[in-house]
Design a protein around this ligand. Structure first.
Ligand code: GSH
Length: 221
């Protein structure tokens, strides 16, 4: 039974982009209705809302909000909570949004490329593209290790939108292209993210679906 007074989140627990939004919702204890893509009929509802069939999608107050970052921005405006994931200071917010873009474009995008390639029939795989994606990941790790040398969280003093992105993306990226043990700043940051209750909850909710990971989920985390 749908409660029309609550934001509806179309999502799957194992999806990194969904976890990005779930972390934001859990950080602020925001009430919402979970329209799980495991439930019958929900995938069809999703494709009616968004022909790209990508998730997450949020429906709230007659509005359909696409894209994980935009959903978190929307929540900050319409359902704000005690944890300000987008800083009120405009200058600080620029750094948060910049780091969010870095995690989407240079950690998640190459990670998804590698995983998607494995799901293709062997005859149409793209080994060159996968090798390039691995270089992008390794380059991102080296850069992030330097950036995180003096930071607890990805941008500014507090936990933010950028950390909502970093948590699931670094989680799965390390499963896909192992972070070099020499990158201790980055690995410590990944550990801090895993210890954060909002993300720890998302990881536990996703645990039953680890068989879905096409490269084989490692026996850790
Ligand atoms: N740019 C989108 C990406 C969302 C995305 O790629 N979601 C994945 C799950 S993690 C998905 O929808 N996969 C299904 C598909 O590609 O058809 C966002 O920021 O929300």
């Amino acid at each position: 039974m749908i409660d029309p007074n609550l934001p509806q989140l179309y999502a799957h627990p194992f999806s990194s982009y969904c976890q990005k939004v779930l972390v934001a919702l859990y950080e602020n204890g925001t009430p919402f209705e979970y329209r799980s893509l495991e439930s019958p009929g929900v995938p069809e509802e999703l494709s009616a809302l968004w022909p790209m069939k990508r998730f997450p999608v949020l429906v709230d107050a007659g509005r359909t909000v696409l894209e994980a970052t935009s959903i978190i921005e929307y929540l900050a405006v319409r359902h704000p909570g005690p944890v300000r994931l987008i800083p009120t200071d405009a200058g600080a917010a620029v750094e948060v949004r910049m780091m969010d873009r870095v995690f989407d474009n240079y950690v998640s995008t190459p990670q998804q490329k590698i995983v998607a390639d494995r799901l293709r029939p062997e005859t149409v795989r793209d080994p060159h593209g996968v090798a390039e994606a691995r270089v992008v990941l390794a380059t991102a790790y080296a850069w992030l290790d330097k950036v995180m040398a003096n930071r607890e969280w990805a941008a500014g003093d507090g936990f933010s939108l950028a950390d909502c992105a970093a948590a699931p993306f670094l989680f799965y990226a390390d499963w896909t292209e192992r972070i070099d043990p020499a990158f201790t700043n980055l690995l410590d940051y990944r550990r801090r993210l895993l210890a954060r209750p909002s993300f720890a909850r998302a990881v536990e909710e996703a645990r039953p679906y680890r068989d879905y990971f096409p490269l084989g989920a490692p026996d850790r985390d």
